[in-house]
Ligand binder design. Structure first.
Ligand SMILES: [Zn+2]
Length: 370
């Protein structure tokens, strides 16, 4: 018996599942287990531990061998909704918080996922997506910003339980305040260039600093993509240490910040959670993708991170096997960590039991609510 075995898991950051028409799509399975672009060779993606682990999960569920020739016809024949529901249930999932800013084509809606999986699902609002969608509604900077702020200010009322920023992807985490005049100039330049994708650093920074007080007023946490991602992100600028000035400005006022993924900066993230109130972190995505290192990666986060600041997330999308692996690897890594806490560091078993509950769902419940 492990500490996490019976603990419900609330996934505070994941994305949508592909529909049943993609039930036997093993290329989609391989592609959702890598951050490589579509141009990267599929044969190399398939020569990864995590892909082979995923085949084994599917094979075990259907009682066959983990080879593609057997899996494809078996997946074609399976009751796919029941297959998905069972993988989520046996992995321990009890609630999901879905970032709707990214969803694969042909994925289920949140309402469909809720009914197919039989789990409550909450939505997380992506700031940059809101701003980009509003670009089409007006040509005026002041109207655009006004609509952006109005949308963010009503996020909780609209049902969102948190927000997310992908500024790491666009211009990096070295964020700073920007004047309205500078932002307006950059907006005009962007419009002249006919761009619909927000990538100007000043504009992105301005939007973040406008949105933050509005999120704080609604007690909504803000997730930041940090670290690991596809090659669209400059990993050098994804180091969460770069958020220091932002954290120094808003965290003392009660802002709650969640550092997503963090790998390979999980130790830096652990440090930040250990010195700033209101900073939380996870090692999603690296768990499960960095399959041979998942225990070490979580343990490195937990070198400094208090157990009350660590959250479970899979960052999974598309295929149920990926969610299953994320949950299993997280529970295995936590079980080993808590075993050592008790045996090596004399932590009371009753305290370790509490920590298992915190990491599984209590921290997420406290931060996001239901
Ligand atoms: Zn994500």
């Amino acid at each position: 018996m492990g500490w996490m075995d019976q603990v419900p898991l609330w996934d505070h950051h994941c994305h949508a599942l592909l529909k049943e028409t993609e039930r036997a799509n093993l290329e989609a399975l391989a592609r959702c287990l890598t951050e490589a672009p579509g141009s990267y060779p599929l044969t190399d993606v398939k020569n990864s531990v995590v892909y082979r682990e995923a085949l084994a999960v599917a094979a075990q569920e259907m009682g066959i061998r983990p080879v593609e020739e057997e899996l494809v016809p078996a997946l074609e024949a399976v009751d796919y909704a029941a297959y998905c529901r069972n993988l989520f249930r046996t992995a321990g999932y009890r609630r999901l918080y879905v970032d709707t800013g990214y969803a694969p084509a042909d994925s289920w809606s949140l309402a469909e996922m809720e009914s197919i999986l039989g789990l409550p699902i909450h939505a997380v609002l992506r700031l940059e997506t809101v701003a980009e969608q509003l670009l089409g509604t007006t040509d005026r900077f002041d109207e655009w910003i006004g609509q952006f702020k109005a949308t963010i200010a009503q996020a909780r009322q609209a049902g969102y339980r948190g927000a997310k920023s992908i500024i790491a992807y666009r211009s990096g985490l070295d964020v700073k305040p920007v004047t309205a005049k500078t932002a307006e100039d950059r907006y005009a330049a962007m419009r002249r260039a006919g761009q619909s994708r927000l990538q100007d650093r000043d504009l992105l920074n301005y939007l973040l600093y406008q949105a933050t007080p509005l999120l704080m007023a609604q007690n909504l946490p803000l997730q930041f993509h940090t670290g690991y991602g596809d090659p669209d992100t400059d990993l050098l600028k994804g180091n969460p240490l770069m958020l220091r000035a932002y954290l120094e400005t808003f965290v003392p006022e009660g802002h709650q910040v969640v550092l997503l993924h963090t790998y390979p900066y999980q130790r830096e993230a652990g440090y930040l959670t250990s010195v700033y109130p209101g900073v939380f972190a996870d090692v999603s995505l690296a768990i499960p993708l960095a399959a041979s290192g998942t225990r070490r990666i979580l343990h490195e986060l937990l070198e400094l991170a208090p157990l009350s600041r660590v959250l479970f997330a899979s960052d999974s999308h598309s295929r149920p096997e990926s969610y299953y692996l994320g949950a299993r690897a997280f529970k295995e890594a936590m079980n080993q960590f808590l075993d050592e806490a008790v045996s090596r560091h004399r932590v009371l078993p009753s305290v370790a039991e509490d920590w298992a509950l915190m990491a599984g769902f209590r921290n997420t419940e406290r931060l996001y609510g239901v």
